[in-house]
Design a protein around this ligand. Sequence first.
Ligand code: FE2
Ligand code: FE2
Length: 280
Amino acid sequence: MDTIPDVPLKPEPPEVLDAFYRMFREFFDRGERKRRWSLETDIPWDRCNRSLNPAIADVVQTFCAVELYLPDYLGKLIGQVRANRGRAWLLATWGYEESKHSMALEDWLLKSGMRSDEQVADMHAEVFSHEWHLPYDNARGMLIYTVFQELATRIHYVRLADAVRREGGCPALEKVLSLIAIDEAAHADFFRRLAAVYLEYDREGTLEQMRRVVNTFRMPAVHMLTDGMQRAKQVQELNVFSEEIFMQEVYEPVVARLGVAKSELRRKARREISTPSPGA
Ligand SMILES: [Fe+2]
Ligand SMILES: [Fe+2]
């Protein structure tokens, strides 16, 4: 875990905590109106393409496994923000939405015949044999991490849906992926708006966390799976994600939307940090 911030973080003043809760309520109310979907009725389960390229099912299983770490994500993140109602309630809502993602992907693996009940049980056992740990030791760093991770996740689902269409299509899986991608886009957008508030009231502290995240970013959990390397390779082979896609479709747009110059994200030279300049 990356620890000990070089720049101390200013705690959220009461007006920022109030603003977060108001922002959360707007996010929640809008989600209730426009974005709720049903695993039972919104997916054409009778239209699974049972002869889809098995490589697609492998990647679906990888994404399902990453979503299955939800108890670790939620359990550890919520403790960091328990006195911040906007962020804590957001995590509760986020957790509900994320829980549907793993269920939808798992249902597709079973209903398409791509995986048996036994294989799915093995996947669960494997996921919970390793515990996910927070990559950053403070709630601000984790928020910044989540901004990049949620947008990256959205791109993974959108590009996987493109791959499904290239491979002959599957109406059920395409619908699952499109519903999940819409949720992930809403998450990325909302976490980014929270990050903008932090940048406004504590630019230096927040930039330091951003520097740390952009220099060490990696997607959660894939590397923890037994065959993680192989799974990451399959994602690249289907052209679903790569370092280049991260830079162009995640890093550049997030940094631009937050109004942060790339020069602000360069790590300061060690000397600059540790040696006071003469006369300082
Ligand atoms: Fe998700
Ligand atoms: Fe998400």
